[in-house]
Ligand binder design. Structure first.
Ligand code: NAP
Length: 277
């Protein structure tokens, strides 16, 4: 390890957040991890007393976020790296899924992450130093039926990350959107919200997808611990990437999407440029 850093990671109770916290601690970094219960906070701190610091925070408690971040800066010290990891997947056919589910999805996956960034930026800007990692998804680049709200939220976070990166680069702050493929976390298990089915017209397109996801949960290709090591490599880099895909599934699918898009752009180029002038 080259230098010890202080990481603030949202959602360290399981999955990527837990794996990154463990790997970062093992590498000699200090980790402030957010969780949603006192029991989880005590369990996290016990993991590495003094180096693992737990804070209770639901990222949709927008009014609390500035105070929590300011308190960490004052009582723990400068946060070098913010990892916006907390998030979940909503699964459901769009026509069947209430808008309230979309609001909740965006509150957690987008507004929560943005609120965290807005809280940390004044400190990082003053120091002219910092790195923000936003855990998006390959679903922030490619789409599939049945997770419209989720893909929408991750596309939003990808766009926000990329644009913010351009705003803060000259201030010494890097922003990396980390887009994992399918990994063995609680994402498709306890954490996923599933809208009940009501419209038989969607059975042929949606039922096999739901069934496959349920069957695959816990047996996905990706190892969260290896994802954590990849994120630590990005954190250690002199020039961190704006986008980092994780997993060969993400690589194949995103490559395929970009090449299909390039082909479609060519096929429609004459129409595209016909509107100038
Ligand atoms: P996970 O094991 O379910 O972990 C999700 C974490 O987020 C948990 O610690 C959870 O806390 C926390 N969380 C959820 N809602 C929260 C809220 N409102 N406020 C604060 N914390 C909250 O799943 P994961 O796969 O590691 O998910 C981490 C991130 O990776 C998510 O953004 C997810 O969309 C993304 N991702 C996952 C995959 C994958 O295949 N696993 C692929 C691409 C992207 P509780 O324990 O309190 O629920």
């Amino acid at each position: 390890m080259t230098s010890s850093k202080t990481l603030l990671i949202t959602g360290v109770s399981s999955g990527f957040g837990r794996a990154l916290a463990e790997e970062a601690l093992a590498s000699g970094h200090r980790v402030v991890g957010t969780v949603r219960s006192e029991q989880a906070r005590i369990a996290f701190q016990a993991f590495s007393p003094g180096a693992a610091i737990g804070r209770k925070l639901d990222v949709t408690d927008f009014d609390a976020i500035d105070g929590v971040v300011a308190d960490i800066e004052a009582s723990v010290g400068a946060i070098d790296v913010l990892v916006n990891n907390a998030g979940y997947g909503h699964e459901g056919v769009m026509e069947e899924s209430p808008l309230s589910e979309m609001r909740r999805q965006f509150d957690v996956n987008v507004f929560g992450a943005v609120a965290m960034m807005k809280a940390i930026l004044p400190f990082m800007r003053r120091r002219r130093r910092g790195h923000i990692l936003n855990i998006t998804s390959m679903g922030g680049h490619i789409t599939m039926p049945g997770i419209t709200y989720y893909c929408g939220s991750k596309f939003a976070l990808e766009g926000i990350s990329e644009a913010l990166g351009k705003e803060v680069q000259s201030l010494g702050i890097a922003v990396t959107a980390v887009a994992p493929g399918s990994f063995r976390t609680d994402w498709a298990g306890r954490s996923m919200t599933r809208t009940p089915r009501s419209l038989a017209d969607y059975d042929p397109i949606f039922d096999p997808i739901r069934q496959a996801r349920e069957e695959k949960s816990g047996r996905q290709l990706g190892d969260p611990r290896k994802a954590a090591r990849a994120m630590l490599a990005a954190i250690a880099a002199d020039h961190p990437p704006a986008h980092l895909l994780l997993g060969s599934d993400a690589l194949t699918l995103v490559r395929g999407k970009l090449s299909a898009f390039a082909q479609e752009m060519c096929a429609w180029e004459t129409t595209t440029v016909s509107t100038d002038g």
